[in-house]
Design a protein around this ligand. Structure first.
Ligand SMILES: Cc1cc2nc3c(=O)[nH]c(=O)nc-3n(C[C@H](O)[C@H](O)[C@H](O)COP(=O)(O)O)c2cc1C
Length: 156
């Protein structure tokens, strides 16, 4: 049975709300999912999952230092995450969410992970301005559903 990890940092709760919405959407698609704060996650745990979804608030147009440190610490497992499904999401106050998502995806690609874009939704990953509004909640659900479907396709 494939398993997905959602690992995120959130100081004021917006990215956490996204993480919870994405977790629920993955569960609804019958895939096991664990949702963890980055502070409570050891990079070694990445080895145990088929899909890895990373969430961060936008800080100066890129990921928060806490997420960057987690990614840098994952170098210990460089080469061992090849072929896992990867995805990223971000919340910002105004703008910069997409550059944040892309900065995370760059690292996941360097790990050899598989990333799917979205031609009919938020192209790079789920994003919000502040607390998710009704339409952003739907984007988070779509994002989670698509990750679950991709993981099923690859690891069934
Ligand atoms: C250090 C710092 C840098 C930030 N940089 C940006 C930024 O570049 N663009 C932006 O729109 N919001 C920026 N913000 C606002 C946060 O991205 C925004 O409040 C986000 O929703 C917080 O997510 P959280 O509730 O999960 O902590 C910044 C906030 C902090 C604390």
């Amino acid at each position: 049975m494939p398993k997905i990890l959602i690992v995120y940092y959130s100081r004021t709760g917006n990215t956490e709300r996204m993480a919870n919405l994405i977790t629920d959407a993955i569960k609804e698609n019958n895939i096991d999912v664990e949702c963890k704060k980055v502070e409570n996650t050891n990079p070694k745990e990445l080895l145990d999952f088929d899909g890895i979804v990373v969430g961060s608030p936008t800080y100066y147009g890129t990921m928060a230092a806490e997420i960057k440190k987690f990614i840098d610490d994952s170098v210990t497992y460089h080469g061992k995450l090849e072929g896992k499904v990867g995805a990223a999401f971000s919340s910002a106050a105004i703008t910069g969410q997409e550059t944040t998502v892309m900065s995370i995806l760059e690292a996941l690609l360097i790990h050899g992970m598989i990333i799917q874009g979205d031609s009919g939704g938020q192209h790079y990953g789920a994003t919000t301005v502040g607390k998710p509004n009704e339409s952003e909640k739907k984007w988070c659900q779509r994002f989670g559903q698509r990750i679950a479907e991709l993981v099923k396709l690859i690891y069934r």
